[in-house]
Design a protein around this ligand. Structure first.
Ligand SMILES: C[S@@+](CC[C@H](N)C(=O)[O-])C[C@H]1O[C@@H](n2cnc3c(N)ncnc32)[C@H](O)[C@@H]1O
Length: 271
């Protein structure tokens, strides 16, 4: 049974996960010189948090994800934003070569992977992507900050304590949002022959307890979700542990790691 990112989890994801600020979309657009003729694939697109704003900068945005419930949310988000230049495909990283005949030789301007690279065989993916990308295009690996329960703030350990009581074990998974995870991306992009660039976008933003708790549930699999009454009790526990506060301030750091194909590159050999 597939339980990852399905059912209610997809709903929590769409409603409570932070999207990406315009600076992130700008950086991707600038790096690959994106424009109205370009086709971009957002692999592991989830509910379209990155894909939908990125679609405003390109000709066609192809969102690919193995979770049907996430894709449906992405499609609705695109419709609500009036982004008719999007198409949503059920698939995963292993299916990337199947896009070749659709986009034509070297016609892809960029492949983006946001908070999903830890699910993929990145070495194979980056090598295969080269055969689809146009000169001056490339791969963008995006990380949307450290998980809420592992941040270096006064409220994050409080949340972690509540979460550990809920699940009955220590919670340590960082989903490769840390330096070690970024190093793996950097090394794999370099090994696949891309020119490597990186940058980050930092900002402070309010985080409501509702979004904090919804964000936690969005990171669980459907079969891990507590019963609805226990979820409500968890939200109360978090609020009480935060001295009754309804919101805190989150310091968000979005990392962008780019693998670039040089503008002069002409149908370079696959590696
Ligand atoms: C944490 S979500 C990120 C969603 C979105 N990119 C964002 O930034 O909000 C991870 C997504 O990766 C998808 N995923 C999991 N395994 C995958 C794979 N092997 N290939 C492509 N996507 C995958 C999941 O279904 C999920 O939608």
């Amino acid at each position: 049974m597939r339980t990852g990112f399905s059912g209610e989890v997809a709903g929590y994801y769409a409603r409570h996960r932070r999207g990406y600020p315009p600076e992130v979309i700008d950086a991707i657009g600038r790096t690959f010189g994106l424009g109205g003729q370009d086709v971009v694939v957002d692999l592991g697109c989830g509910t379209g948090q990155l894909s939908v704003p990125l679609a405003a900068r390109v000709g066609t945005l192809v969102g690919v994800d193995p979770a049907p419930d996430m894709l449906t949310r992405a499609r609705h988000a695109a419709r609500d934003a009036g982004r008719d230049n999007t198409i949503w495909l059920l698939g995963d990283d292993r299916n990337l070569p199947a896009l070749g005949p659709l986009v034509g030789d070297r016609r892809l301007a960029a492949l983006t992977v946001a908070v999903a690279i830890h699910f993929m065989d990145r070495d194979l993916l980056f090598r295969r992507a080269r055969t689809l990308l146009r000169a001056g295009g490339g791969v963008a690996v995006v990380t949307n900050g450290t998980p809420l329960w592992l941040q270096d703030t006064e409220w994050s350990p409080v949340l972690r304590g509540c979460l550990q009581r809920l699940v009955g074990r220590p919670v340590t998974a960082a989903c490769q949002t840390d330096e070690a995870g970024r190093r793996r991306n950097r090394d794999a992009l370099a090994a696949a022959g891309y020119r490597y660039l990186e940058s980050s976008v930092r900002y402070a933003a309010p985080l409501t307890v509702e979004d904090m708790v919804g964000g936690v549930f969005s990171a669980m699999s459907a079969d891990q979700l507590p019963a609805p009454a226990r979820r409500a009790a968890f939200a109360d526990e978090v609020r009480t542990a935060l001295d009754g506060r309804d919101a805190v301030t989150e310091q968000v750091e979005v990392w962008l790691q780019f693998g670039l194909l040089d503008r002069a590159e002409r149908f370079g050999a696959d590696r």
